[in-house]
Each structure stands twice: as structure tokens, then as C-alpha cells.
Ligand binder design. Structure first.
Ligand code: DON
Length: 583
């Protein structure tokens, strides 16, 4: 018994040695050299050469990859993945929500951003979420028909495809239709995600019909999950493009539901919705250039602002996640979020002093207020004095193709399953993105963020977001593309992935896996993930930080690093079901 086991092992060893010998001696020197993996690290990325899709769910990522293999570019694959996630990842993948897509086009050497954030309906009013006593009515702003902004996802995905894709809409949307129509086996992750929201979903008969069994529980793991009505909606989009959603039957079903349940989105709101192409924000960070989201997202501004503050410090010398390092990170976070509370909103409606906020000069000024060994209590930090020169639950995926194009996209219904309200006959969930407005300036929103008048409700305006699809460039080419869900936590999550990659030279899997910290000015709490050592926490507390070990993970990144012609992908292991599809 013992010997019969040993013999094959010996044989295998001999074969391996022979192969090693042959391969090292028959090399012509012309072959593509495999990338060097640094085994000194505890986490390894997936590796690809010709194309990669990193996302929160396997079937949708594989659909993106099949589009790449069939000759599509990264934009085609991103749009296919976006539509597929609306089927396979209903907690955040969506047709009824909105988001931001950052695109790098290699041949044109151009980066552009598609803003498909939801808008406030024309009937919206600044005090629409206040009760008689002037308090924010949380149930109205989170879970009613009024919570929904005019959806942007379909317009966003279609305009990305029209402008920069290479394949017809029917081709990229077809796999999503097939999945919705024929169904797919319920994964552990999907079962878990529905189970966690089952109680709330059960309150809306239409959502219960779509997502729950007759006993009002999550469909069992392995059962086939079909969505016929969603398939029909996708087919209307496939046939008629944006008119298949913003006009005709889909629009009619949405407005009928609004009319019958106290909502205010009407046919004019839907008809006039447009995705907006914007220039992304840019700023240098040491030898790199950071390219990220402009308003109505706050993400790009604050990621850049914090990097500006941290740029000149010897971060590497402090060492990753030492008390000193976390102290400086935290102090930069507090100052950025304080500014967010005052200056940020939709720049098409209010003046946002973007240039000033992302300037190195401004960072120097606010950086001066940071003590090297003492926490500044948040109550002593006010939004900075910006000299304005004005004349008068979310998901992320990242795609890279063999042509050098890269797409990194965050989109959302806001909460997991949005408002938990489904529109009869369409298979789609309504977002609750109106909750991202400052319903009452100065009162914390769902993420504890304090916001000002700049983010007040105005018809047609886009609520301030934290979504931050971001790229880091070196010599004009992307070397890193990343993003995350997590509401207010998105911004600090993306910041730390950038620092881990660019300052601490980590591969992308290690960069994603390191424990993270988060501070957002108010509340004055430094949230740390398990993994930040107890001694470090003691020192931080001695410095005056109010440290709380977070019971929930901070963010969930989906990233691709690009180096020497190779693609390195990492799906954050903080949540189940993520996938790197590559070839
Ligand atoms: O736009 C925003 O900032 C939020 N609506 C994002 C929500 C989110 O990330 C929820 N995911 N965990």
C-alpha cells in the first residue's frame, strides 16, 4: 500500500524534472515570459494576458470575459457585465439605479467619465422628506416611492456603448436576457444576500414575488432563479435602445406604479433623463497621476485631497498600518470629510470649488494643522477656508482588454435592493438614491454624513455621491483601476488601495486584503477592521483617537493592476461570490 503510493510520486517527480530540463533548454528566447510573482507576499492576484473582468459575481464576470474573447473591447464587456449584474446580482446590479463609469481608451490616450447618476424628479421639493415637526422622515426617504431618483443606468450603459463600444447592443445585452429568461442556480452569496433583506422585501408584494419563495424566504441554494419580466424589459431595451426604457411600455409601467403609490417620477422625468460625459479629475501623486470622479461624486475630490496631504510624508518609513501612519491617514480623512460637508454637491447646480480643493497649495495649508502625535477632535475641525475663484449597498467592476483599454465602473440602487420596491411588470427595483441628498442640511444621512445646502434637493439635480471609480496612471498609461461599494466608506477604501499599491509596492491582492481604517469627520470615530493590532489601537487611543473596531468590513474592491503587458486581478475577499475572469 505504502509502496504503491510512492511509485507514482517518484514518477511524477522524474517527469517534472524532465519537463523543467526540457523547458529550460529548449527556450528560443522568443516566448512570452511569465510574470514574476513575488512569493514574499501572503496574497496573490489572478493573472491574465489578453483580457480580464473583476466583479462581485461570477456569471456576470464570465459574460464580460466572453465578450472580450469574441472580439469586443473593454467598453463592450463592461456594458455586458453591467446588464448581466442587473440579473445575477440584484442587491446592487440594476436597471433602476445609477452610477459612474471611468473609461481609458488606449489608442486615443484619453480618459473620460460617464456620469449616469440619478436625478431628482421635476416634482421634487427641498423639504419633501421632512415631517410636520421638521424631522427627516427616514421611512419616506429610504423605503417609499418618493425615495427613487430618475434611473440613470440604462442611459449610462447605452451611451458608453454608443460612444466607445464596438459591438451592437443586441450582442452585449443578449447574455443578460438569456440568464433572466432561462434562470441560473442560486449561489451561496445570492441566497445570503436575499435572506439578509427578506423581511423588508416581503413588505412589498411585487418585490416578494420576484425574490422570495411563497413562504417569504430566500430561494434555496442551487434552485433555478428566473426573472421573466426583467427579461422582457431587457428585450425592449435590446430592440429599442433607450426608448425601450425611458419611453413606451417600461416608462408607462414605472409611471403607473408611481401614480398609484404616491411617487412623483413622471413620463417627462424619464424622457428627459440623460447621462452626462464629463472630464474626470486629475492630479499627480508623486510619480503617478490619479484620475477619478468629478461632482456629482465627491470621491475623486477627496481621494486627491487626502493624497495631496499625505504626499510629502515619509509614509513608507512609518510602515503600513503603524499607529503613526493610521494617525496621519485619519487626520487627512477628517479634514477632507469636513470640506465635503460644506462644499460638495452637483456642480451643475451649485458652485463646487474643485480646482481649489484638489490643489497642492490648499493641501499644504490644511496639512499644517495636523499634529504629529495628537488627534484633532472633530469639533475643532471646520471645513477649510477655500478661496473660490467663481465668477458669478452599490457595486463595482473593472475590465481590461487586450487593446489596452480599461473600464472601471461603480453603480448602485443605494441600499442593498434599493428601496425594496419593485415595479410591477418590469422586474426592476426602485433605487432610494434621494436619500443621498441632504434632506435637511446639517442632519446626518444614512451613512452618517453631514451635508450642507450645496447638496439640497432641487428638481433635476443629482444627489451627491461617494462612488469613486479611479485609475492611477504612470507615463500616461493606467497601472491600477479600482473602486468599491460602501457609501461614505468608498472614498477611504479606494485611498488605501492606492496607497498600498503605489507607496507600499504591494501586488493588487495584497493591497486589497490589508485591514482598512475609516474616519469621516463626524461622528468623531476611527473605525478599524479586525487585523489592526491591539498595541496600535492603544497608541492611537493615547494620541486621542476614538477607536472602534468595526463589526462590518470596510468596502469591497474589484481591481486590476497592469504591469509589463500583464493583467493582475483581485476581487476583495471581504464578501462572498466575487470573481476574476481572465484569459
Ligand atoms: O452614491 C453613494 O455614495 C451611495 N448611494 C453609495 C451606496 C453604497 O455604496 C452602498 N453600498 N454598500
Amino acid at each position: 500500500m505504502f509502496n504503491s503510493h510512492k511509485a507514482p510520486v517518484k514518477k511524477l517527480l522524474a517527469a517534472t524534472l524532465l519537463l523543467t530540463f526540457l523547458s529550460s533548454n529548449t527556450s528560443t528566447g522568443d516566448e512570452e515570459k511569465a510574470p514574476i510573482i513575488n512569493y514574499k507576499t501572503r496574497f496573490l492576484p489572478e493573472i491574465g494576458k489578453n483580457g480580464m473582468v473583476v466583479g462581485p459575481e461570477k456569471l456576470a464576470a464570465e459574460i464580460g470575459l466572453s465578450i472580450l474573447k469574441d472580439g469586443g473591447n473593454a467598453i463592450d464587456a463592461a456594458v455586458a457585465t453591467g446588464f448581466a449584474l442587473a440579473v445575477t446580482y440584484p442587491r446592487a446590479g440594476n436597471l433602476g439605479g445609477g452610477g459612474f463609469m471611468l473609461i481609458h481608451r488606449q489608442k486615443e490616450n484619453q480618459q473620460t467619465l460617464i456620469d449616469y447618476r440619478e436625478t431628482a424628479p421635476l416634482g421634487a421639493q427641498s423639504d419633501m422628506f421632512l415631517d410636520e415637526s421638521g424631522k427627516v422622515d427616514r421611512s419616506r426617504i429610504y423605503f417609499s416611492h418618493l425615495a427613487a431618483g430618475v434611473p440613470g443606468t440604462v442611459a449610462g450603459l447605452l451611451s458608453a456603448l454608443e460612444r466607445y463600444g464596438s459591438l451592437p447592443l443586441e450582442v452585449v445585452i443578449k447574455p443578460a436576457i438569456k440568464l433572466a429568461l432561462e434562470g441560473f442556480p442560486v449561489s451561496y452569496a445570492l441566497n445570503y444576500e436575499i435572506k439578509s433583506r427578506a423581511k423588508r422585501l416581503a413588505e412589498n408584494p411585487e418585490a416578494a414575488k420576484l425574490f422570495l419563495t411563497t413562504e417569504k424566504s430566500a430561494p434555496p441554494i442551487g434552485s433555478i432563479f428566473k426573472q421573466g419580466e426583467l427579461a422582457n424589459t431587457l428585450m425592449r431595451i435590446s430592440e429599442k435602445g433607450r426608448d425601450g426604457f425611458y419611453r413606451g411600455l417600461t416608462a408607462q409601467l414605472i409611471t403607473e406604479e408611481m401614480d398609484s403609490a404616491g411617487g412623483i417620477i413622471n413620463s417627462k422625468d424619464l424622457d428627459r433623463y440623460a447621462a452626462i460625459e464629463r472630464a474626470p479629475l486629475r492630479q499627480t501623486f508623486r510619480d503617478y497621476e490619479i484620475v477619478s470622479t468629478p461632482p456629482p461624486s465627491s470621491g475623486g475630490i477627496h481621494i486627491i485631497q487626502m493624497l495631496n496631504i499625505l504626499e510629502e510624508l515619509d509614509l513608507k518609513g512609518m510602515r503600513l498600518n503603524s499607529a503613526k501612519y493610521i494617525h496621519y491617514l485619519t487626520e487627512s480623512m477628517k479634514r477632507a470629510y469636513a470640506d465635503r460637508s460644506k462644499y460638495l454637491g452637483d456642480s451643475d447646480f451649485v458652485h463646487v470649488p474643485v480646482t481649489e480643493l484638489i490643489s497642492k497649495k490648499y493641501a499644504k495649508t490644511i496639512g499644517k494643522g495636523i499634529s504629529p502625535d495628537k488627534a484633532s477632535p472633530s469639533k475643532t475641525i471646520s471645513p477649510g477656508d477655500v478661496q473660490s475663484h467663481e465668477s458669478p449597498d452599490t457595486t463595482h467592476f473593472t475590465v481590461a482588454d487586450r487593446f489596452g483599454n480599461v473600464v472601471t465602473n461603480t453603480y448602485t440602487l443605494n441600499f442593498s435592493f434599493g428601496s425594496h420596491i419593485a415595479v410591477p411588470g418590469t422586474g426592476l427595483l426602485l433605487n432610494n438614491e434621494m436619500a443621498d441628498f441632504a434632506a435637511r442640511p446639517g442632519v446626518a444621512n444614512a451613512y452618517g454624513l453631514i451635508e450642507g445646502q450645496a447638496n439640497g434637493i432641487v428638481p433635476g439635480k443629482r444627489p451627491l455621491s461617494s462612488m469613486s471609480p479611479t485609475m492611477a496612471m504612470q507615463n500616461g498609461s493606467p497601472i491600477l483601476a479600482t473602486g468599491s461599494p460602501g457609501g461614505s466608506i468608498i472614498i477611504t477604501t479606494v485611498l488605501q488601495v492606492i496607497l498600498n499599491s503605489l507607496v507600499f509596492d504591494m501586488n493588487i491582492a495584497s493591497a486589497a486584503a490589508q485591514p482598512r481604517v475609516h474616519h469621516q469627520w463626524l461622528p468623531d470615530t476611527l473605525r478599524v477592521e479586525p487585523g489592526i493590532g491591539p498595541d496600535t489601537i492603544d497608541i492611537l487611543e493615547q494620541m486621542g483617537h476614538n477607536v472602534a473596531t468595526s463589526s462590518r468590513t470596510l468596502g469591497r474592491t474589484q481591481s486590476i493592476a497592469l504591469k509589463d503587458g500583464w493583467l493582475y486581478g483581485a476581487t476583495d475577499s471581504r464578501r462572498a461570490g466575487g470573481h476574476v475572469a481572465s484569459y
